[in-house]
Design a binder for this molecule. Sequence first.
Ligand SMILES: [Zn+2]
Length: 265
Amino acid sequence: MKFDTDRLNNIISNITAKDSFSRSYIIEEGEDEIRTDFIEKLVSGIECESEYPEKRPCGKCGSCRQIAAGTSMDVYHMNMSGKNSYKTEDAVAMLDRLRMGSYGRYVIGIIDDADSLSEIIQNKLLKTLEEPEAGAIIILGSSNKDRLLKTVRSRCTVIRVSDYTIHQEKEILKKENLHEIVEMITGGEIFFYELREKIAKNINTRQDAEELIGLLEDEYRHRMIYGTSREDMADAINTAESALKDIKSGMDYNKALKRLVLEVQ
Ligand SMILES: [Zn+2]
């Protein structure tokens, strides 16, 4: 699973639009590619010079372009000089750079694969995580934050990327399924078994049922304006409305939906 760029931008904008950043973040995500993408976007969002906070990262300003090209002077990736491990001097070099301050909005130190930081280095970072230099932000990329010291975790804002992806994925999938059900109901052909199965699988709460009926009404209204049989559509809308009323007044939503489907088909 990979991020859709628009959605990723939205998620980052939600974080960066507030313009009050945490001083240190843990970005938790098991898939390296997704984690790297996310961190790059977050960094762009933090550094972005757009005057509209909700548009950050804009992808167009000097900062955004430098970050995309990997040439930003304000973004420091901690070097991994050991074989698959960080050495103390790697951390020292990063902390020195953070202390020098930023050219643009912030100076950002990134430690990807923070899981492989030794306890000694994590302890060395603690003081900075707690009180970073003014204008400095540290981002730790981790596939599992539990591998980091508790003292480190407690000083960082943790963002679990999967909270966003899975949630959004599910929302989109649900919407698609609801639209398919509407198409089946309004499609003219009757496939009652499939319809019943699809409803049973996708409508699990009263809210789901209400959302479905809302979409169905939208479709009928659309047909009423652009289609041919105005009267049929008006009847169908009335039937949908009364099903909605039944559900709101406490009728079992499965029962109400079943009746609705039988009446409008
Ligand atoms: Zn920008």
